[in-house]
Design a protein around this ligand. Structure first.
Ligand code: ADP
Ligand code: MG
Length: 373
C-alpha cells in the first residue's frame, strides 16, 4: 500500500462505531483556597460536540486538564465510555488533545510531530509513518510533512496539532481554545474544517472557548460556566433565546433587560408587568430567584405600526448607527432604554425625528429570567 492511500476507517462518512462518551460526576478541583471547578456534572454523548463557554477563570481549562489526565481532581470521577479513568495516565485515556499551549516540538518535522503520538503508543515504525501521512492528508497538509513548525503558518501548525490528536483514532477530541491565536478569517475557516472532520469521523468533541460566536457556530450543546460551575446547558439556539439569568443573556450577546414583576405563571408562559411597558406575555423556563427581568434580543425588537397586534408600545428614537450589515437603533420606551437591531437591507422607510414610533416583539421571543446582578 502506498503511503498516501487513506484507510477505509479514516474516510469521513464511513462511520466507525460510535464511541467517545465522556462523563464527569461531581468533579471538583481545589488549588489551596481556590475552587477552580466545583462539583461539576457533565456528559458528552458519543459523536456529540459540546462546548464549555465561559469567561477567563471560570474553570474551563482545569476541567479539560482533568479529563485529559494532566491534572488530578480533588473529588469526583471521570469516565470515558463508561469506565473510570481516574488512575490512568493521559496516554492511556485514548483522547486526542489540542491545547492552546500544547505546542509542537520545534526540532521535529510536521510528520515527526504527528508520528510522535504513535511512538508514545508503541505503534511499529512502518505503520507509524503511513498513519502519520494519512492524518496530515486529512487536515490538508499531505505535502508539508517535511517542514518544521517554524516553516508553517499559525493555521498550518494548528492543523498539525489536530493531525497529531487524531492520528491514533482517539475515542474523543479535547480542544482548548485551539484557534485563539489565529486571525478571524482563519479562525472561521478552521471552525468549519473541524466541524467537517468531526462529523465525518463521528467523533465526540469537548471544546473550550470564551468566544460566544465560536460556541454558537460549532456546538451541538453549549455548557455555560461561571466560577467553576455550570450555569446553563443546552443547544446553542436554546441557550441564546432562553437564557435563565441576566448573566447568561448578556454573556451570549447583546440584550434588552427589562425589570418586571410576575403576575401569573402557567408552565411555559408567564404574564409579567413591565412597568411603563405594561403587561406582557413571555416565555418561562421556570427560573426562580428574587428579582426578575425579561430579556429581548435587539434583533427581536421590531418597528411596528400602532395597529398591529401583540406586545408593543410607543417609543422615541434616540440614535441610529449603521454597523455595515446591521443598523443599531437606540430607543426609549415606557421609561426604558432599548436597543433594536435590524439588517441594513431590511431598513425600510426612513424614520423621521418627530415621527411617532411603535416597537413590538413576538411573545415567544421574550424570555423571563432571574436578575442576578
Ligand atoms: P479558564 O480556562 O476558564 O480561564 P482555568 O481553569 O484556567 O479557567 O482557571 C480556573 C481558576 O483556577 C482560576 O481562578 C485560576 O486562577 C485557578 N487556577 C488555575 N490553575 C491554577 C494553578 N495551577 N494554581 C492555582 N490556581 C489555578
Ligand atoms: Mg483556559
Amino acid at each position: 500500500m502506498t503511503a498516501s492511500v487513506i484507510s477505509a476507517e479514516s474516510i469521513p462518512g464511513t462511520g466507525r462505531a460510535a464511541q467517545g462518551a465522556i462523563e464527569l460526576r461531581q468533579v471538583s478541583k481545589h488549588y489551596g483556597d481556590v475552587v477552580a471547578v466545583d462539583e461539576l456534572d457533565l456528559t458528552v454523548q458519543p459523536g456529540e460536540f459540546v462546548t464549555l463557554l465561559g469567561p477567563s477563570g471560570s474553570g474551563k481549562t482545569t476541567t479539560m486538564m482533568m479529563v485529559a489526565g494532566f491534572e488530578e481532581h480533588t473529588a469526583g470521577t471521570v469516565l470515558i465510555d463508561g469506565r473510570p479513568v481516574d488512575s490512568l495516565p493521559p496516554r492511556d485515556r485514548n483522547l486526542g488533545v489540542v491545547f492552546q499551549n500544547y505546542a509542537l516540538f520545534p526540532h521535529m518535522s510536521a510528520l515527526e510531530n504527528v508520528e510522535f503520538a504513535l511512538r508514545m503508543r508503541k505503534v511499529p515504525r512502518p505503520e507509524r509513518r503511513q498513519r502519520a501521512e494519512e492524518a496530515l492528508g486529512r487536515v490538508g497538509l499531505g505535502k508539508m510533512g517535511g517542514r518544521k513548525p517554524r516553516q508553517l503558518s499559525g493555521g498550518q501548525q494548528q492543523r498539525v496539532a489536530l493531525a497529531r490528536a487524531l492520528v491514533f483514532n482517539p475515542a474523543a477530541l479535547l480542544l482548548d481554545e485551539p484557534m485563539a491565536a489565529l486571525d478571524k478569517r482563519l479562525r472561521e475557516q478552521m471552525q468549519e474544517e473541524i466541524k467537517t472532520l468531526q462529523k465525518g469521523l463521528g467523533i465526540s468533541v469537548l471544546f473550550v472557548t470564551h468566544d460566544q460566536d465560536e460556541a454558537m457556530a460549532m456546538s451541538d450543546r453549549i455548557v455555560v460556566m461561571k466560577d467553576g460551575k455550570i450555569v446553563q446547558s443546552g443547544p446553542p439556539e436554546e441557550v441564546y433565546n432562553h437564557p435563565l439569568t441576566d448573566w447568561v443573556a448578556s454573556f451570549l450577546g447583546d440584550t434588552n433587560l427589562i425589570p418586571c414583576t410576575i403576575v401569573e405563571r402557567n408552565g411555559e408562559e408567564a404574564v409579567v408587568d413591565l412597568g411603563g411597558l405594561g403587561l406582557a406575555k413571555v416565555r418561562d423556563r421556570g427560573a426562580s430567584g428574587e428579582n426578575y427581568a425579561v430579556s429581548i434580543r435587539p434583533e427581536h425588537l421590531k418597528f411596528k405600526t400602532r395597529a398591529s397586534a401583540g406586545n408593543g408600545c410607543a417609543a422615541t428614537l434616540v440614535s441610529s448607527t449603521n454597523l455595515g450589515a446591521t443598523v443599531r437603533h437606540r430607543l426609549t420606551a415606557g421609561g426604558h432604554e432599548l436597543q433594536l437591531r435590524e439588517l441594513s437591507s431590511d431598513q425600510g422607510t426612513r424614520i423621521l425625528p418627530d415621527e411617532e414610533l411603535w416597537v413590538g416583539w413576538d411573545a415567544d421571543k421574550a424570555q423571563l429570567l432571574v436578575l442576578e446582578s
